[in-house]
Design a protein around this ligand. Structure first.
Ligand code: KMH
Ligand code: ZN
Length: 302
């Protein structure tokens, strides 16, 4: 089966001081996304930065980035609602009002290196419900086995649409370590029919991306996940990392998914993207989302 390659150009943490090739302005991000598209990426995972390179959920910047990307190439945009550790959840959640084709949904709070990644349960449910209303497909970022259980609970409560789209994130300090064993465990626990990719942070990026592809998953590449091409050598840009992922895909006798194939493989709802005008002004709050029924099986030790 074809493999969908997602480019993650920027992320929430690194700056140009870490790698001068990191794109941070809207123009730079759009140019890097286009280069990645030309190299084979079908999806762009997008973080936004302000003029001081700080992560932001500013809607005007997000609109500008989406418009610039759309003017350059037909890649599928997946906005990050993770945004950055210091950005309030409400601001992060508002980004889905721009109706990207996809957006991240991080199911749980956790330590994240020296910081804290806040994803409170009720806010997560509210965001899942709003994404469903807007037909914005969630990419579920799971950093630990319990995060998967929370996603399955959201599915039981009809807040997610199948097929579920998972990113197994390995190597964040506070989540699972980047080991093949952890990847195998997570893959074995995914529900039937799920689509998935590995997000391998840091040094193990290449090896775990390769294992994920060999297991039939999709792949993510880009400076958000690793600033290096190999030990001691900074990546020259996102394109170089995408090209490496493309080589892995082909060496494993798989093909690289086009945008149209990716739409099908990820079962994206047709329509709501930058070609339809984003909802102007503040978001219309969706209907209240009930809290989780308690006690539930997710509370049981496994
Ligand atoms: N860099 C990822 C591990 C998101 O985009 O929603 C965390 C992240 C989450 O950036
Ligand atoms: Zn991200």
């Amino acid at each position: 089966m074809s493999a969908v390659i997602t480019v993650a150009t920027t992320g929430p943490i690194a700056t140009k001081a870490d790698n001068p090739a990191l794109p941070t302005t809207p123009e730079e991000i759009a140019a890097e996304v286009e280069a990645a598209y030309q190299a084979g990426a079908a999806v762009a995972h997008v973080h936004l930065r302000d003029e001081a390179q700080r992560p932001t959920a500013d809607l005007a910047i997000a609109r500008r980035v989406m418009e610039l990307i759309a003017s350059r190439c037909p890649i599928l945009v997946q906005l990050s609602t993770g945004v950055g550790l210091d950005v309030p959840y409400e601001e992060r959640a508002r980004l889905v009002e721009l109706r990207p084709r996809m957006a991240t949904l991080n199911p749980c709070s956790m330590s994240f290196g020296p910081g804290e990644f806040r994803n409170p349960p009720l806010a997560v449910r509210r965001l899942a419900a709003r994404m469903r209303e807007l037909d914005v497909r969630p990419e579920l970022e799971i950093y630990d086995t319990g995060h998967l259980e929370v996603c399955l609970r959201l599915q039981q409560e009809d807040l997610l649409t199948e097929p579920l789209q998972f990113s197994i994130v390995l190597g964040v300090q506070g989540g699972m370590a980047a080991t093949p064993g952890n990847l195998l465990t997570m893959v074995s626990r995914l529900p039937a029919g799920a689509v998935w990719q590995v997000i391998a942070i840091g040094r193990a990026n290449l090896q775990l991306t390769a294992i994920g592809l060999a297991l039939g998953g999709n792949a993510r590449a880009g400076l958000e996940d690793t600033l290096h091409l190999r030990k001691g050598e900074l990546a020259a840009g996102n394109r170089q990392l995408v090209e490496r992922a493309v080589r892995l895909v082909r060496d494993l006798d798989r093909s690289v998914a086009s945008v149209a194939e990716a739409e099908t493989l990820l079962a994206l709802p047709r329509g709501p993207d930058v070609r339809r005008p984003p909802v102007p002004g503040p978001p219309v709050p969706g209907p209240p989302v009930p809290g989780p029924p308690v006690p539930g099986p997710h509370a049981q030790p496994t």
